[in-house]
Design a protein around this ligand. Structure first.
Ligand SMILES: NC(=O)N[C@@H](CC(=O)O)C(=O)O
Ligand SMILES: [Zn+2]
Ligand SMILES: [Zn+2]
Length: 365
């Protein structure tokens, strides 16, 4: 495990004061929704200011299922970058019942994408084209296993009879563990893990299974969704769970174990669509992600492990070089904007408009 450089200062009494700043290698966000068009233009600068690369989620409408669509989307992302940005999108493709193993391999060998995303049909936002019959996906998964291409999983059961707070647990037991057994060489990332038990499943298969953890699942529990009234902007899928799970996620993220890494699941939706009789799922955390991760690691007295989680573990899992360059986080309070505007619409920023104890040096405060 690498310990990042931090500026410890020796207090007059001889004790060590907590560091004022920490410098880590530039991090990667291994789970990001950028959408398209004006939303892409509006949200990309937030991520590009913090992260060198991001795994781009393919749940657009229509979803990214072909090499041509992935290449076109990558070009749109590259041209939406702010002036001077070297941000690199890492592309993924969206698996459907009709996905062909040949198209998956073609995209992988031609660098159109480096991973494929499994959405159980209907499990989350724009998942209605997802997979209805997992065992029938075997030829695709066998091919991925053979070529070493990781499978990224939204791990929730879709049976409406399953309690929403149990959907991740049920998927893990009924679908993910059997899938891991059927495909013993397949690399899998369980995305946005939300339970103590899922963290243990990741650990138990750590040689080939990773787990991404979002900033918000480290900060909120299911009670937060109802604090003082209904909080639609904290609603995402998988929904936040009980406090014991949040504590287990904080332990996993800050443990130094290489199987856990940053994936923000920053998922922009318009305020009007969130504050609705049927509000949609997703938290826009792109503008405050690194500040929030730093706060959590600081609270857990684990700032020295932030670099592993944010900048090294994920790259290692994917067989990528870690990034050149560094980013410095300072213990200087900052307040992110409460909203990002897109034309006459707004997207609320997670923890925007309130003081955060950490700021990203050089990023707008
Ligand atoms: N996390 C969410 O609640 N929403 C994501 C989809 C996803 O990652 O499940 C979105 O695309 O809005
Ligand atoms: Zn998801
Ligand atoms: Zn997501």
């Amino acid at each position: 495990m690498s310990e990042a450089k931090s500026e410890d200062t020796v207090a007059e009494g001889g004790g060590v004061q907590p560091p004022r700043s920490i410098t880590i290698r530039r991090p990667d966000d291994f789970h990001l929704h950028l959408r398209g068009g004006a939303v892409l233009e509006a949200v990309l600068p937030s991520t590009a200011a913090q992260f060198a690369r991001a795994m781009i989620m393919p749940n657009l409408a229509p979803p990214v299922t072909t090499v041509a669509a992935a290449n076109a989307y990558r070009e749109k992302i590259l041209s939406a970058r702010p002036e001077g940005s070297d941000f690199q999108p890492l592309m993924s493709c969206y698996l459907t019942d009709a996905t062909s193993p040949d198209e998956i391999e073609r995209g992988y060998v031609n660098d159109a994408w480096i991973a494929a995303k499994l959405y159980p049909a209907g499990a989350t936002t724009n998942a209605h084209h997802g997979v209805t019959d997992l065992p029938a996906l075997a030829p695709v998964l066998e091919r991925m296993e053979r070529i070493g291409m990781p499978l990224l999983v939204h791990g929730e059961a879709t049976d409406p009879a399953v309690d929403i707070f149990d959907r991740e647990a049920v998927f893990m037991e009924q679908s993910l563990l059997p899938l891991l057994a059927r495909h013993p060489g397949l690399k899998v990332v369980i995305e946005h893990i939300t339970t103590a038990e899922t963290a243990d499943i990741v650990r138990a298969h750590a040689s080939r299974v990773g787990g991404t953890i979002t900033p918000h699942h480290l900060m909120i529990n299911r009670t937060s969704l109802f604090q003082g009234g209904l909080r639609p902007h904290l609603y995402c899928l998988p929904v936040a769970k009980r406090e014991r799970h949040r504590l287990a996620l904080r332990k996993a993220a800050t443990s130094g174990e290489g199987c856990f890494f940053a994936g923000t699941d920053s998922a922009p939706h318009f305020k009007s669509a969130k504050e609705s009789a049927c509000g949609c799922a997703g938290v826009f955390v792109g503008a405050t992600a690194l500040q929030c991760y730093a706060q959590v690691f600081d609270e857990e007295d684990a700032l020295g492990r932030l670099e592993g989680f944010a900048s090294l573990n994920g790259a290692r899992f994917y067989g990528l070089q870690s990034n050149d360059g560094t980013v410095t986080l300072e213990r200087t309070p900052c307040t992110a904007p409460p909203v990002i505007s897109v034309g006459d619409q707004e997207i609320l920023v997670f923890r925007g408009g309130e003081p955060l104890p950490w700021s990203v040096k050089g990023a707008p405060r």
